[in-house]
Design a protein around this ligand. Sequence first.
Ligand SMILES: NC(=O)c1ccc[n+]([C@@H]2O[C@H](COP(=O)([O-])OP(=O)(O)OC[C@H]3O[C@@H](n4cnc5c(N)ncnc54)[C@H](O)[C@@H]3O)[C@@H](O)[C@H]2O)c1
Length: 289
Amino acid sequence: MRFKDRVALVTGAGSGIGRQIALGFAEEGADVSIHDLNQGGAAETLAGIRGHGRSGEVRLVDVSRAAEVRRAIDRTVERFGRVDVLVNCAGINIYMDPFDYSDEDWERVVGVDLTGTWNYCRYLGPHLVERGGGSIVNVSSAGSIVTSYYRAPYMASKGGVRGLTMALALDLAERNVRVNAVAPGIVDTGMTRPREKRLGRVTDHAARALTPMRRWGTPDDVAKAVLFLASDGDAGFITGHTLVVDGGATIGNQWGQPFRMTREDGSEFDWAAEQPQSAAPTSTAGRVE
Ligand SMILES: NC(=O)c1ccc[n+]([C@@H]2O[C@H](COP(=O)([O-])OP(=O)(O)OC[C@H]3O[C@@H](n4cnc5c(N)ncnc54)[C@H](O)[C@@H]3O)[C@@H](O)[C@H]2O)c1
C-alpha cells in the first residue's frame, strides 16, 4: 500500500494506459480523480476504482484548454482537499505525411500532448508546492529517444514532454516536487489497435518484430513504472528521469534479426530471407573487390 489515503489525479484515465495507472493507484490505497474527455470510459475506470474500495471522480475536461483545466483542478482539490500525485497521460496521435498536416492538426496534437501536460503542471504544481511536496509523472514515448515515421507533431510533443520534465524537475527540486516521465514503446491500447486494423496483418507483427522482447507492451507494464516513479518510498531520490518501458526497442536497431511476418493465409515467413540477394545488406561504400 504505497499510496494509502493519498490522492492521485490522472489525465487520460478513461482508457488504455491511463486507466491501468488509475486502477493501480486505487489498488495501492489512493483515491483517484480522472480527468478525461471520454465519459463512458472514465465511468468504467471509476467503477474499477470503487471496486478497490477507494473513492474517485470523473472530470470531463479537454486538457488542451487551460481555463477548463484550471477549473477542473480547483474542483478536484475542493472535493478531496488535496492532491499528492499528478500523472499526465492524456494523448492523441495523427499519422500523416509531414506536409499533409493542417495547422489545426498540428495545434491539436501539440495542444493535447505537450500543452495539455504543461497546463496540469502549471495549475496543479503550485498546490503541490504549497502542500510541502508531491510527485508528477508525465507519459512521454520511446519516440522521444528514437523517432518513427509519419507522426511529426506527436514526436515533437513527446520530445517536448521529456524536455519539460527535466526543466520542471530542476526548477522544483528544492521545493520537494519530483518530476519524472515514462517512455513507453509499442503498447497494446486503443491508440495502437485501430492502426493495426488499418494496416491489416503487418502492424501486429511489426510491433513484435521491432520489440526485442517479441511482444506488445501492456498498460500494466507502463502503470507499474509510473507507480514506481510516483512513490516517494521507491523513487524518493529520482527526479528529472525518463524511464524507458519498451521491451528493448530503443536499445538498438533490428538490423540482422529475422523479420517474422504473416501472410494473409496466416502462414509465417521470414521477410528478410525472401528479399532478392541484391537487396541483402552488403556494403558498397568503400568496398574493395
Ligand atoms: N499505446 C502506445 O503504444 C503508446 C506508446 C507511447 C506512449 N503512449 C502514450 O500513452 C498515453 C496513453 O495512451 P493510450 O495508448 O493509453 O491511448 P488511449 O487512446 O487508450 O488513451 C488516451 C486517453 O486520453 C484521452 N484524451 C485524448 N484527448 C484528450 C483531451 N484533449 N483531453 C482529455 N483527455 C483526452 C482519451 O479520451 C483516452 O481516454 C498517451 O499520452 C500516449 O501518447 C502510448
